[in-house]
Design a protein. Structure first.
Length: 303
């Protein structure tokens, strides 16, 4: 297992769009999960009831699979590939057929049922790659997918996620797809949608990019003291917090967020993450296939 180091030179530096600096998620933090997937062999092996894992090992498994849904692994669409984002690592790849509501998942399995503390900030960092078939043109088409779901320690259905969604008006030039935050306390259309680039059509070019999430649970459900932020390659693209309500970042197309959006965050710690999820692309759009790969994931929290 490889500890994912912070990007050199980013700690303490404000990067991109007037946003917040990408945090150092290693120094002084408690590790909840870390893996470069280098020991993984096949999706089938990950989805089987493992006899070689200890009672405290956490690992990623596909859905469907015997261990997650009591179904066979979808080996045509879920796979372990090599190399991952860098030499010596591997990646988990999900192949989508481009149809609306097609779902591919890899989910964190926790034999010890551990969670991050409810009152502690936690961090999720990974490398992602989206590879499109020629039928896609993200400058005009709308590729919407759940991307990364954060599931709470209370076991409820009130997850928080950073997903892509068709853009709203106010972007000049028009942006067909943006990242947004969708929290389970109540769905808000285009919730805290990103106001600054890099847009998905910039990131989804077949290259690896680093994605970092910071989540501070509110003191209670519905409170306005929770925080959720995301960075893409060091640039702050999502910023859901009371301090950024109504604030438009430098060069931004809109404000970071609204107060009702802040109040949708869940007060619990993290139980597990899920990568992929359903494609929620509206029609008409191309139904060409595309692939989403994830490599080297690190999850930490404040001590």
């Amino acid at each position: 297992m490889l500890l994912l180091a912070p990007r050199p030179g980013t700690a303490g530096i404000t990067i991109g769009g007037g946003g917040f600096p990408e945090p150092d998620i290693v120094t002084g933090k408690t590790v909840f999960f870390q893996d470069d997937f280098s020991t993984y062999t096949t999706a089938t092996a990950l989805g089987d009831f493992p006899s070689v894992w200890s009672s405290t090992d956490k690992y990623m498994a596909p859905q469907p699979s015997p261990i997650t849904t009591s179904q066979p692994v979808d080996t045509a669409n879920d796979s372990v590939i090599s190399p991952g984002w860098t030499a010596g690592t591997k990646a988990l790849q999900m192949l989508y057929d481009g149809a609306d509501q097609t779902s591919r998942d890899f989910v964190l399995i926790r034999p010890d049922a551990s969670t991050t503390p409810n009152n502690k900030t936690y961090y999720v960092q990974f490398y992602a790659r989206v590879t499109l078939d020629p039928g896609w043109n993200l400058a005009t088409d709308q590729l919407c997918v759940k991307f990364c779901e954060l599931w709470p320690a209370d076991g409820g259905n009130d997850r928080a996620q950073t997903n892509t969604r068709y853009g709203t008006g106010g972007y000049s030039p028009p942006v067909p797809v943006t990242f947004e935050i969708l929290a389970g306390g109540g769905e808000v259309d285009n919730c805290a949608a990103q106001p600054v680039t890099p847009w998905p059509y910039v990131l989804f070019d077949g290259s690896w990019f680093r994605y970092t999430i910071q989540y501070t649970p509110p003191s209670s459900d519905g409170a306005s003291d929770g925080i959720m932020l995301a960075w893409a390659n060091g640039t702050n693209i999502l910023n859901l917090s009371l301090a950024t309500v109504g604030v438009t970042p430098s060069g931004g197309a809109k404000a970071w967020c609204t107060l009702p959006e802040v109040q949708t965050l869940n007060a619990n710690g993290l139980a597990f993450v899920l990568f992929g999820g359903p494609q929620t692309t509206p029609v008409p759009n191309p139904t060409s296939s595309w692939a989403f790969a994830v490599s080297t994931c690190l999850i930490t929290h404040d001590p």
